[in-house]
Design a binder for this molecule. Structure first.
Ligand code: G4P
Length: 519
C-alpha cells in the first residue's frame, strides 16, 4: 500500500468529556467494534471497585498501569483507528492537554442529563484554539435528560461553536423510542438490550410510530431545525467551526455504531503540522514527527521511560536513524513500541497519524522533533497551559539544595510541572493543572534526585501574564501575587475571580493576558 493510501485511511482522535459522562463506556464499545475486546457491557464503575472483565482491562492489570489505554490502535472497516486517551479525574495533567496537539479530530461526550460541564469546557477550548474538528456525542438518552434543543443551545452559547444535529432523539428515559436519523434518512428504533431496528423514514407509518405523541413532537422540532438550523458543510466541520451532533446511549449501545461510522467518514485524516520552516505535509517522504508526552516509570520494576511520538510525515521503519533536532545527534530507533496492535509489542512500521512509543534512556524532552537523516526543522513548540494549582516548594534539608535545584530544573524543562518565582522574596512556586503532577514531581525528586521536598499549598489561583512593559510593583500583594515564569516573564497569581476583577477595574494601565487564548 502506498504512503498516500496509508494516510488516507488513518483517523487519529481523542475523546474528551467531563468525568462520568461515559468516556470509558463509549471507548469500550468502539474497541468492541474494532474486535479488540470480545464482549462489552462489563465495565463496572469505579464506585463498585470492580473492573471490567474485558481483555482490555486484563492487559492493563498485567502492566499495572493504564499504559495500553493511552493509545488504542486498531483496524476498522477501511480505516486504521488511533484513539488517544485524555486522562481525567485525578490524572488530569498538562499531558491531557498536550495529547490534544497530537490528534486530528476530537469526540466530545456530553451527558444529556447534565449538559456542558467544566472539564469539557477546558478541553474544548484547547481544541478550538487549534482548529481541531469536533464531533459531539450526547450520551445517556436512556435516562430522563434535558430537552435536546436546550442542550444544543447550551453547546452553542457556552462553547461558542455552531452545531448540526445528525440525528434527533424521539423521547428520552422511559419514553425513549429511538432516533430520527436526519443524515441517513432512516429511523433507528430503540429496543433495549443492545438491540435496534432500522427502517427508512418513509416506512414510519408501518411501524406504528406515526401516532406516538413524542414522535409528533419530534417532527415539529425537526421542521424547526430544517428551517432555522445551521447548514452542514464538510469544510466547516473540518475547520472546527461546526460540530456534528449525535444522540445515543453508550451503555445501551444505542446509536453508537452509526455515530462511529459517520464520524470516521468526516473525521480528518492526518493533517499537516507546523514547523519553524512552514507546514510539513504528511505525504512528504522524509519521516518526521515529535514527542508530545513522556511517561516515566511505566513499569515499576524498571526505571524506563517511554516517549510518545506522533508520526507527522513519511514512513517509520524500525531501526532507522533519525536526527534529534534539538541536539543535532543521530539516534537509531530500535526499541519502539506499538500500542494495542494485535499480537505484537514491537512496531516495525508506522505512518502519519500513528503514535509510537520510543524507549527513552533520558535523552528526550517533550516537544522534541525527530527527522530521518539530516533534518533541519523543528515542529512548533507545544503550547504552555495556564496552571490552576500552586504550591510553594523547598527542600526539607538545606544541605541538598544543589540536587534540589538540579531536579527542579530538569523536571521543569521536561514539562512535568511549571516553575514560578515570587518577585518579593524569590521563593519557588510550582504550578500544575492537576494534583497528580505534584505527586509525580515529589516522587521523582525523591527517586531520581534523592531529595525530600516540602510543599506549602497556595490553593487554586488564576494566573495572568503582564503584557505592559512598565508597571509599578507596589500594586501587588499576597492576593494578587507578582511572580516571574521560568522565561522571566511577569505574571500575577490572583486568589480568585473577585481579586482579578478588582485588579482589572483599578489598574487599567496594566495589560493582562490569559496565556491560553494568546497562544
Ligand atoms: P467516564 O469514563 O466518562 O468517567 O464515564 P464512564 O464510562 O465510567 O461512565 C460513568 C457512569 O455512567 C457509569 O456508571 C456508566 O455505567 C454510566 N453510563 C455511561 N453511559 C451511559 C448511558 O448511555 N446510559 C446510562 N444510563 N448510563 C451510562 P457508574 O455509576 O459509574 O457505574 P455503575 O454503578 O452504573 O456500574
Amino acid at each position: 500500500m502506498s504512503l498516500q493510501q496509508e494516510i488516507n485511511k488513518r483517523r487519529t482522535f481523542a475523546i474528551i468529556s467531563h468525568p462520568d459522562a461515559g468516556k470509558t463506556t463509549l471507548t469500550e464499545k468502539l474497541l468492541y467494534f474494532g474486535q479488540i475486546i470480545r464482549s462489552t457491557g462489563t465495565v463496572k464503575g469505579k464506585k463498585t471497585g470492580k473492573y471490567a472483565a474485558s481483555d482490555w482491562m486484563e492487559i492493563e492489570k498485567k502492566r499495572g498501569i493504564s499504559v495500553t489505554s493511552s493509545v488504542m490502535s486498531f483496524p476498522y472497516h477501511e480505516f486504521h483507528v488511533n484513539i488517544l486517551d485524555t486522562p481525567g479525574h485525578e490524572d488530569f495533567s498538562e499531558d491531557t492537554y498536550r495529547t490534544l496537539t497530537a490528534v486530528d479530530s476530537v469526540v466530545m461526550i456530553i451527558d444529556s442529563t447534565k449538559g456542558v460541564e467544566p472539564q469539557t469546557i477546558k478541553l474544548f477550548k484547547v481544541c478550538r484554539m487549534r482548529g481541531i474538528p469536533i464531533f459531539t456525542f450526547i450520551n445517556k438518552l436512556d435516562r430522563e435528560g434535558r430537552e435536546p434543543l436546550e442542550l444544543l443551545s447550551e453547546i452553542e452559547e457556552v462553547l461558542g461553536i455552531e452545531s448540526y444535529p445528525m440525528n434527533w432523539p424521539v423521547g428520552s428515559g422511559k419514553r425513549f423510542l429511538g432516533i430520527y436519523d436526519r443524515f441517513n434518512d432512516q429511523f433507528v428504533r430503540f429496543k433495549g438490550d443492545e438491540e435496534e431496528e432500522v427502517f427508512p423514514i418513509s416506512e414510519i407509518a408501518n411501524h406504528g410510530l406515526a401516532d406516538e405523541p413524542v414522535y409528533q413532537d419530534t417532527l415539529g422540532e425537526i421542521e424547526l431545525l430544517e428551517e432555522a438550523g445551521n447548514e452542514f458543510t464538510t469544510e466547516r466541520v473540518q475547520k472546527g467551526e461546526l460540530t456534528p451532533v449525535f444522540f445515543g446511549s453508550a451503555l445501551a449501545n444505542f446509536g453508537v455504531q452509526t455515530f462511529f461510522d459517520t464520524f470516521l467518514q468526516f473525521a480528518a485524516q492526518p493533517q499537516p503540522r507546523k514547523t519553524d520552516q512552514g507546514l510539513v505535509e504528511p505525504e512528504k517522504d522524509q519521516f518526521s514527527g515529535y514527542i508530545f508526552k513522556i511517561q516515566a516509570n511505566m513499569n515499576p520494576a524498571h526505571r524506563d521511560r517511554i516517549a510518545f511520538f506522533r508520526v507527522c510525515s513519511g514512513k517509520f521503519e524500525r531501526g532507522m536513524s533519525v536526527n534529534l533536532s534539538r541536539t543535532n545527534k543521530t539516534i537509531k530507533l530500535n526499541q519502539t513500541q506499538a500500542f494495542m496492535a494485535k499480537d505484537r509489542d514491537t512496531v516495525d512500521e508506522a505512518y502519519p497519524g500513528d503514535i509510537i512509543g520510543i524507549y527513552d534512556p533520558n535523552i528526550y524532552q517533550i516537544g522534541d522533533t525527530l527527522i530521518e537523516g539530516k533534518g533541519q526543522y523543528h515542529y512548533e513548540e507545544l503550547p504552555q497551559f495556564p496552571p490552576e494549582l500552586f504550591k510553594r516548594v523547598q527542600a526539607k534539608n538545606v544541605m541538598k539544595s544543589k540536587q534540589f535545584r538540579k531536579g527542579i530544573e530538569q523536571l521543569v524543562q521536561e514539562g512535568a510541572i511549571q516553575l514560578f518565582r515570587q518577585e518579593l522574596n524569590d521563593s519557588m512556586i510550582l504550578g500544575a493543572v492537576g494534583q497528580l503532577q505534584f505527586e509525580v514531581f515529589e516522587y521523582r525528586m525523591k527517586a531520581e534526585y534523592n531529595v525530600d521536598i516540602e510543599f506549602t499549598s497556595l490553593g487554586e489561583r488564576i494566573p495572568r501574564w503582564i503584557k505592559s512593559e512598565k508597571f509599578e510593583k507596589r500594586f501587588f500583594d499576597s492576593r494578587s501575587m507578582l511572580v516571574r515564569d521560568r522565561f522571566g516573564a511577569y505574571a500575577v497569581l490572583f486568589e480568585n475571580e473577585f481579586t482579578l476583577r478588582y485588579f482589572l477595574e483599578n489598574q487599567k494601565e496594566i495589560e493582562l493576558v490569559d496565556l491560553l487564548e494568546e497562544n
